[in-house]
Design a protein around this ligand. Structure first.
Ligand code: KG4
Ligand code: ZN
Length: 409
């Protein structure tokens, strides 16, 4: 067993800033949200209007990095280790004690079962012990609804009766039709192979960028010319399903070819800590895209123009595929609201292109705010709040952790 440094030295923390506006009267009920489905230990407190009173995320990235990926066993142990400090900070930030919490929500899946069990067991125990309602939340349902979270001390926006959700993360890429304000969900399309974030991570890894490479690939692609050598967006015929593995192979092959041609493909000076900081800061701050990109020099020295062009073409094709599916769904079954969520929803090109498309198509676009795009517990508490209003609580003694579960289940 490898020696472990104190958690405080390794954890990457960020909290969503809660400005003075949060002093506005707090609306009951107060919900505690818990998220431990993968490698982020997160705790949040929301009020009954969906106002985020506290949102703390502790990333385990540094711990897993030395193993080259998330190690489930270590993730579970780190959640247990991080929980006291994460929950203390969330309650302190919200200015309340646990006794003020009226309902508890925890992610039940999909995710790593051992990791899920930590947050789920804690949540179940609190709810059962206190005799308050408990909600076992579907992680993707929480992402799907995250665009309604406003943050900044403001109440959440009410979901419209019908909308389409695009959820794009490191593990999932799906298009969902939501009815009855999100109560009834129907998955229209999902990826047949890799998730979009996963593909960004793999392409970045080939360049020597540390996991998760998505933000750095995005920032570097801003400097390239997507039109120099465009890549096809990837098709599944008449289906609206996604497929990113062909695009990934093409990008990896081209990187290898550039390497054989003598181009330096390793991104010089890629610094895991800097990328980790970028991720945490980006999530914490509501800065603009260009401000983020200007800081990419802190991530790595700028690579060769051929690499930048390749990354730009790769990103354009990946984003192009999302746009193609969204536009085709809209053409066949028109919708008036599109809610975009998941870690990849932070992608700068995706945000620009979807904004332009939505304006043309006269679709109301809700892009998740950067603070709630990655995994967080505010979205878990918020999804539970929507169910709480419908009176759909779970028995805290009977909710099980599940590694895979359909959104419709
Ligand atoms: O939702 P999330 O935090 O975790 C999962 O549930 O998967 O998403 C993380 C994923 C990673 O693959 C990361 O590389 C990707 O989101 N990502 C991005 C960007 N920011 C994060 N991918 C492309 N461009 C970005 N700006
Ligand atoms: Zn997620």
């Amino acid at each position: 067993m490898a020696p472990f440094a104190p958690a405080a030295a390794r954890a990457l923390w960020h909290t969503v800033r809660v400005p003075a506006a949060a002093s506005t009267a707090v609306a009951p009920p107060l919900l505690l949200g818990i998220e431990t489905s993968c490698d982020d230990t997160a705790c949040a407190v929301l009020d009954g209007s969906g106002r985020v009173l506290a949102s703390v995320v502790s990333s385990q990235l540094e711990v897993h990095r030395e193993w080259g990926g998330v190690v489930p066993e270590i993730a579970s142990r780190e959640h247990l280790r991080n929980w006291p400090a994460v929950s203390d900070q969330a309650l302190r930030q919200a200015g309340i004690g646990l006794d003020r919490i009226d309902a508890v929500a925890a992610t039940r899946g999909p995710g790593l079962v051992g990791a899920l069990l930590v947050g789920l067991s804690i949540g179940r125990a609190i709810a059962w012990g206190r005799g308050i309602p408990f909600y076992g939340v579907h992680h993707l349902e929480a992402h799907l609804h995250s665009p309604w979270l406003v943050g900044g001390g403001e109440p959440a926006v009410e979901p419209p009766e019908r909308f389409v959700g695009l959820v794009v993360s490191g593990g999932h890429t799906l298009l969902v039709e939501a009815e009855e304000a999100g109560r009834r969900l129907h998955t229209v399309a999902e990826t047949r192979d890799d998730a979009m974030g996963e593909v960004f991570d793999k392409v970045g890894k080939r360049l020597g960028l540390p996991f998760p490479a998505g933000p750095a690939v995005d920032a570097l692609a801003e400097r390239g010319d997507a039109g120099a050598q465009p890549m096809p967006i990837g098709s599944c015929g008449s289906s609206l399903d996604f497929s990113f593995s062909g695009l990934k192979s093409r990008a990896l092959l081209q990187i290898d070819k550039l390497g054989r041609d003598g181009v330096r493909v390793e991104v010089v000076g890629a610094d895991p800590a800097a990328v980790g900081r970028l991720r945490a800061e980006t999530a914490a701050a509501s800065e603009t895209g260009s401000e983020r990109v200007e800081r990419d020099a802190g991530v790595a020295a700028i690579p060769a123009p051929e690499i930048l062009d390749l990354l730009a073409a790769f990103r354009a094709a990946a984003v192009g595929q999302l746009l193609d599916r969204v536009a085709r769904l809209h053409a066949s079954r028109p919708f008036s609201t599109l809610a975009v969520s998941g870690g990849v929803a932070a992608n700068l090109l995706l945000r620009r292109e979807l904004t332009a498309w939505a304006a043309r198509a006269e679709v109301d676009l809700r892009l998740v705010s950067i603070a709630f795009s990655g995994d967080n517990a505010s979205m878990i508490a918020h999804a539970a709040l929507l169910r709480h209003r419908r009176g759909e609580a779970d028995d805290p003694r009977r909710v099980d952790a599940v590694s895979r579960i359909a959104l419709e289940a």
